[in-house]
Design a protein. Structure first.
Length: 339
């Protein structure tokens, strides 16, 4: 079902389509009460009878409403009309990271800034026991000033999975969440997600590591000609070192992303603290040694205590790598932190 321009869902007047995906269609609309532009996401009537999609749609509404964070898309309203369930969200102006990556790798400073912001958003979600489970470039929106995490349609509280996953049960465009199935997008899945094992926030950290790798290099960390070959690469192979693709990348950043992409969840930080190499913790974006007087945050070599949530540890590590950190806005999870 396609909504025509001028049609209404409650007080929201449809302006035009913004996109569509496995979870439904998204439209630009006008809130006639508050005179503001919003995004309306609908679950079409012919899909409302699907209990899995219906449950996932309702889960997304509850998840977004529980997460108040500057780098997570804001939920304004929910409603139903003529058998159509819809969510009303902040209309984020910009382009998806997936679209931006079509032009190639991003500048180092932008990678660090966006990485900090998304890690901070994940920290907020993980503190609420919510996993995203489908973190990928298509679910990150780049605005002129920041990055926003979108589409919590697959988000779920961090509870154990009840059975093993099957590679044949999911497709790239329509991930499913039934028992015994894989959810998410293969290229960015963690090993434990592919194998259907118990998941926690460290699975999202792996996915973010794969996204950061692609942002830096313009290439996917794990590639293959089929879903099976991609899954095999994630489970058994290491990505090409960032330093061999982008030689000017700070060694500390290569190290941190490598930690995110560790096959074993226990090696991704949180349980094992993020700790930058002694020689690289004071190096700038081109690898030159920097003065520790200018950036006292680097003198402690960014050892992240065990009790820090996973997203917070990653955000702190990325913060310490960038040059001119004093001029950057501090992520919410780092506010008030002093060394």
């Amino acid at each position: 079902m396609t909504l025509a321009a001028g049609s209404k869902l409650g007080p929201y007047e449809i302006v035009g389509p913004l996109g569509a995906g496995g979870m439904g269609e998204v439209y630009r609309a006008k809130d006639t009460r508050l005179d503001r532009t919003v995004a309306v996401k609908i679950l079409p009537a012919h899909l409302s009878s699907d209990p899995v999609r219906k449950q996932r749609f309702e889960r997304e509404a509850k998840t977004i409403s529980s997460l108040n964070h500057p780098h997570i898309c804001v939920l304004y309203d929910v409603g139903q009309q003529d058998g159509i369930d819809y969510l009303v969200m902040e209309c984020v102006e910009g382009e998806t990271l997936a679209k931006r990556l079509e032009k190639g790798a991003l500048p180092l400073e932008q990678v660090l800034r966006c990485g900090m912001q998304i890690a901070d958003a994940l920290d907020k979600a993980h503190r609420g026991s919510v996993m995203h489970r489908d973190l990928k470039p298509g679910n990150i929106m780049l605005t002129p000033t920041s990055a926003k995490l979108l589409d919590f349609g697959l988000a779920k509280e961090t509870t154990p999975l009840s059975s093993a996953a099957t590679l044949t049960a999911a497709t790239r465009n329509s991930p499913v969440t039934e028992q015994g199935s894989i959810v998410g997008t293969f290229q960015y899945m963690s090993p434990e997600q592919i194998e259907g094992r118990e998941l926690d926030g460290r699975s999202d950290i792996f996915s973010l590591g794969a996204v950061l790798y692609e942002m830096l290099t313009g290439k996917r960390a794990f590639e293959g000609k089929s879903q099976l070959s991609v899954a095999s690469a994630i489970l058994e192979k290491e990505p090409v070192p960032i330093s061999s693709v982008k030689p000017m990348t700070p060694a500390s950043l290569d190290h941190v992303i490598g930690k995110c992409l560790a096959k074993a969840a226990d090696e991704r930080g949180g349980t094992t603290p993020f700790k930058l190499p002694a020689d690289s913790s004071r190096r700038g974006r081109c690898g030159q040694r920097q003065s520790s007087r200018r950036h006292p945050i680097r003198r402690c070599r960014l050892v992240v205590p065990v009790h820090f949530p996973y997203g917070r540890g990653l955000a702190r590590s990325l913060l310490g790598i960038g040059n001119d950190v004093d001029s950057w806005p501090r992520p919410r999870c780092l506010e008030g932190h002093r060394h």
